[in-house]
Design a protein around this ligand. Structure first.
Ligand code: SF4
Ligand code: SF4
Length: 349
């Protein structure tokens, strides 16, 4: 926890992570601040540790030296050890007090989430200014959901705007309109997720229906249309097997964008599913619904992008990105190992 004087108007925010040299959260090289807490609970979430809006203990196996100090320290009987030596966290008993983390000699047991003041967070992230200036990058606030700590984020973004540094707001869209009123004047661009167009399916996979989210997206587009700032709107759709990766879903999202967002969308990006977060679920002591899901093939991503380009949206704004696996053709040739390929898809000529 940082120890600057408390700001009575913008109390400390809970930050999960500061990620430097990011190239996926807006233009150029960026520093992305992941705030803790999200109103959605997407079953595929790649940052499950960002969902709770409180600090949370987790265990890193590779750092553990097996001393069991954590188990001896916990007064809530929340820790035990399996036969294989894995530390098991009983979430029903754990109150996330952090005493086990204090007792751990090797930082294997640690609390996720750190409180930052606006001054300290600005001072920490402005260190990357040279990268921003060289690359046309800047700061992205993400999460979790940054609008959940809107007062803090407003003060934070405002400081960067005053310094002439590019700012991006990455949002799931589920918040009060007042949060957008506070943040949009200080955001050069908005990254807005549309995951599933059907409200019932959205409810099933994220824990909330999407009516408020779509309503907010129209509000943001309208704001952009009538103000000089923000200048850009990017829509992002995670392509998740069995949840969002359906032609009908992509087509209907495209129809919504074309009909409701007044030509304000500069980019619609289909983001391929990846399974790099598996380990995070294990560290938190849970299981991931998508642990057995394979990466999507490049052919499927191309097919969905083609559907998007024919949905009524300007085809030139449709892109896809992310990791893919080799397709059926390659399997027949005996090269069926999954591999990672990061591709920035180009629109059809
Ligand atoms: S105190 Fe740390 S190193 Fe020791 S058993 Fe617990 S997690 Fe492992
Ligand atoms: S955070 Fe506190 S309650 Fe939870 S396991 Fe550690 S010592 Fe026990």
């Amino acid at each position: 926890m940082k120890d600057s004087k408390k700001d009575p108007i913008n109390p400390d925010a809970l930050v999960l992570e500061i990620q430097r040299l990011s190239t996926e959260d807006g233009p150029g090289i960026r520093t992305t601040v992941f705030f803790k807490g999200c109103p959605l609970k997407c079953t595929w979430c790649h940052n499950p540790e960002s969902i709770p809006s409180h600090q949370q203990v987790h265990w890193l196996e590779t750092r553990c030296v097996g001393c069991r100090s954590c188990i001896d320290t916990c007064q809530n009987n929340a820790l035990s050890v399996s036969q294989s030596g894995t530390i098991i966290i009983d979430r029903k008993n754990c109150i996330n007090c952090g005493e086990c983390a204090d007792a751990c000699p090797s930082t294997a047991m640690a609390l996720l989430g750190e409180k930052w003041s606006v001054d300290d967070l600005v001072a920490e992230t402005i260190k990357d200014k040279a990268y921003f200036e060289k690359s046309g990058g800047g700061i992205t606030v993400s999460g979790g959901e940054p609008t959940m700590q809107a007062g803090f984020v407003e003060a934070y973004l405002k400081r960067f705007r005053e310094m002439g540094i590019h700012t991006a707001l990455d949002t799931c869209g589920l918040c009060k309109k007042e949060a957008f009123d506070a943040l949009l004047p200080h955001s050069a661009m908005v990254l807005f997720d549309i995951k599933i167009i059907n409200p019932e399916k959205h409810q099933k996979f994220t824990g909330s229906d999407n009516r408020k989210i779509l309503d907010n997206l129209v509000y943001v587009a309208d704001y952009i249309k009538n103000h000089l700032y923000p200048k850009e709107l990017w829509i992002r759709t995670p392509v998740i097997p069995g949840a969002t990766a359906f032609k009908e879903n992509i087509a209907k999202i495209g129809e919504f964008i074309a009909a409701s967002l007044q030509g304000t969308v500069n980019r619609w990006e289909l983001c391929a599913f990846n399974n790099l977060c598996q380990d995070k679920y294990l560290r938190l002591g849970g299981e991931w619904d998508f642990s057995k899901s394979k990466l999507i093939t490049e052919d499927v991503m191309e097919e969905l992008a083609s559907v998007a380009r024919k949905s009524g949206v300007d085809p030139a704004v449709v892109f896809w990105s992310g990791a893919t696996r080799l397709d059926g053709k390659n399997k027949k040739e005996g090269h069926n190992r999954s591999r990672l390929r990061v591709i920035d898809g180009k629109p059809d000529k």
